[in-house]
Design a protein around this ligand. Structure first.
Ligand code: ATR
Length: 276
């Protein structure tokens, strides 16, 4: 009997996750035989649920809110990008039985910006709003694109300063509060706060976005997020949400597991068409 390779996404809440759908399309497109499910896993049950999944023959797991930091702790070994981001969204069973932790969120963002939306990162002045886990996961991959500089602005200023200090060896990066953004301009503003989920927006001064600047919200929803709307209202060349990043991080996980790169564009187009 041949057992089909099993994968899943764990998180809480998980009901509306698009990951099973995305991986199903990837599998069909590449002719890979696999199953990909979604499981509601509260933080307190995470270690037991992961152990049970792999003991039951599971090959790989995606972990989403609120489990990425726990997955980082769980992984026996970590890739460099996972180690730096202190969060893991992809767990993989290795041939020797160990569990490898990786983080494909940052590369997912960079791929979506550069390949899907033709946004130039090299030489760009970039502002990241927020200094939590979502920000930490994207800083190194963005800095690696020869950007001019990154400013992290956060409500709790010390967190922005501390986070920037961690990455100082990799490029020009500083931290500040929202009040310090007056009279400054950026080519790309990335919203990595959790405000979109509650329909709020950090206090942003006018003229923050440079001419032909781009806005990118890591969150996504069927309706434009409040930050996407802010970008449109501030004449952004493009004001994007994180749907493309979601598909690109999934493609990177699929590649880690299956060694084959699915085409992401048709999947993004399909999911975009469905929310219109
Ligand atoms: P995540 O893992 O999604 O990044 P997190 O680590 O809890 O979640 O971080 C949430 C981020 O959103 C933080 O930068 C937080 O600012 P503080 O560090 O000051 O808490 C930011 N955030 C949440 N609600 C906010 C609000 N109403 N206004 C501005 N920033 C907010």
């Amino acid at each position: 009997m041949t057992l089909i390779d099993r994968y899943a996404v764990f998180g809480s809440p998980i009901k509306h996750s698009k990951s099973p759908r995305i991986h199903k399309i990837f599998a069909e497109q590449t002719g890979q035989a696999l199953e990909y499910g979604a499981q509601e896993v509260p933080a307190g049950q995470f270690p037991a649920a992961v152990a049970a999944f792999f003991a039951g023959g599971g090959k790989g797991l995606n972990c989403t809110i609120p489990l990425k930091e726990l997955a980082w702790v769980y992984a026996d070994i970590k890739t460099e990008r996972a180690r730096i981001s202190k969060a893991v969204n992809t767990l993989t069973l290795q041939a020797d039985g160990s569990i490898l932790g990786d983080n494909t969120d940052g590369i997912g963002l960079v791929t979506d910006l550069m390949r899907n939306h033709s946004v130039t990162l090299a030489g760009s002045k970039i502002l990241i709003l927020g200094a939590g886990g979502a920000s930490r996961g994207i800083i190194a991959p963005v800095l690696e694109q020869s950007v001019h500089s990154i400013v992290i602005a956060n409500r709790t200023i010390d967190k922005a300063i501390d986070l920037a200090a961690e990455f100082q060896k990799k490029g020009s990066i500083t931290g500040c509060g929202f009040d310090d953004l007056k009279n400054r301009q950026f080519d790309l503003i990335i919203n990595a706060t959790s405000t979109s989920l509650s329909g709020q927006l950090p206090p942003l001064p006018e003229a923050l976005l440079a001419k032909n600047g781009v806005c990118y919200d890591l969150a996504y929803s069927n309706e434009p997020t409040v930050f996407v709307r802010w970008g449109l209202g501030n004449k952004a060349l493009k004001s994007l949400d994180g749907l493309g990043m979601l598909v690109e991080q999934a493609a990177e996980a699929f590649f880690i597991w299956r060694g084959i790169r699915p085409k992401t564009r048709p999947v993004i187009e399909l999911l975009n068409a469905e929310r219109m």
